[in-house]
Ligand binder design. Structure first.
Ligand code: HPA
Length: 281
């Protein structure tokens, strides 16, 4: 089990856990990290909102990432699951290094949160995908920065990686199937391999072609650091991509605004999925 703390700009994982324990007496049953424009679980009961800066000592800089942790119960009932929703994350493309990018995941591990759901906005590579699809990650390709993993800078990243197709992933797929069976407006979810690239610019058509040949189904700029950090710990994680664009030859790509709009539509379905899986925990 990994419990190391790093001093990061004066804020180690341990000091962030101290902040959280002071405001929240109960350890959350699950945490959810929201990617660009993904808005779910807005209706938690008795929510406490903590700006990232207060918890982690750092604020995110990207549009669509509010940068706050909202902790609340799923339902009115006092025994209902307690959920920590992280509205935003830190990215390598913002200029943060691995210790900062992995800080929220390390804090959740150290706090003892047993389940972590990661969401992201991603580009569709699989030609059968549509804008607004939800893709459950059953595998990933890490193109972020493998060199740093060899320097010993971030011991958490030296651990064995774990296939992200775990029990939690299986539960997401299972619940998705049930929701589709019960409600025809719940578009069947996709599943596949996520390629994590550094960004911040989107991929060239030549890179898209390469990623397709490597059989990646979606491409984004996040999530893999958190999957690597939680691998082998008591915090089990599963991840979902919101497909905000599907790469096609000779078609212009949408800008950040369109990405946010597509995320909004898919968020409605994602919200149902999270309510269902968190209720079933
Ligand atoms: N590439 C990388 N990141 C993304 C994309 C994409 O096409 N769409 C949304 N996030």
């Amino acid at each position: 089990m990994k419990t190391e703390s790093w001093n990061i700009e004066g804020k180690s994982a341990a000091s962030a856990v101290g902040v959280l324990k002071a405001v929240c007496k109960r350890i959350p049953d699950a945490a959810v990290v929201l990617g660009s424009g993904v808005n779910v679980l807005m209706d938690l009961h008795d929510p406490v909102a903590l700006p990232f800066e207060e918890v982690f000592g750092i604020a995110p800089t990207i549009a669509g990432h509010a940068g706050s942790m909202v902790i609340g119960r799923l339902k009115e009932d006092k025994d209902s699951p307690l959920v920590a929703v992280l509205r935003g994350r830190f990215h390598l493309y913002e200029g943060h290094d691995w210790p900062v990018v992995t800080l929220p995941a390390r804090v959740l591990i150290e706090w003892g949160v047993p389940k972590l759901f990661l969401t992201n906005a991603a580009g569709g590579l699989n030609k059968t995908f549509h804008v607004g699809d939800l893709m459950v990650l059953t595998g990933y390709r890490d193109f972020l920065n493998p060199k740093l993993k060899e320097t010993g800078l971030v011991p958490a990243l030296m651990s064995e990686t774990e296939n992200c197709a775990n029990d939690l992933t299986a539960s997401l797929l299972e619940i998705g199937k049930k929701l589709t069976a019960a409600d025809k407006s719940f578009v069947p979810m996709q599943q596949g391999t996520y390629a994590a690239c550094l960004g911040p610019s989107y991929e060239t058509m030549a890179e898209i072609e390469m990623l397709r040949r490597l059989q990646a189904d979606a491409v984004g700029m996040s999530t893999v650091p958190e999957l690597l950090t939680t691998a082998g710990t008591h915090t089990q994680s599963a991840a979902i991509s919101v497909v905000t664009n599907v790469w096609k030859e000779d078609e212009p790509m949408g800008g950040h605004e369109e990405v946010l709009e597509a995320s909004k539509q898919a968020s409605l379905r994602l919200d149902k999925l999270f309510h269902a899986i968190l209720t079933a925990l």
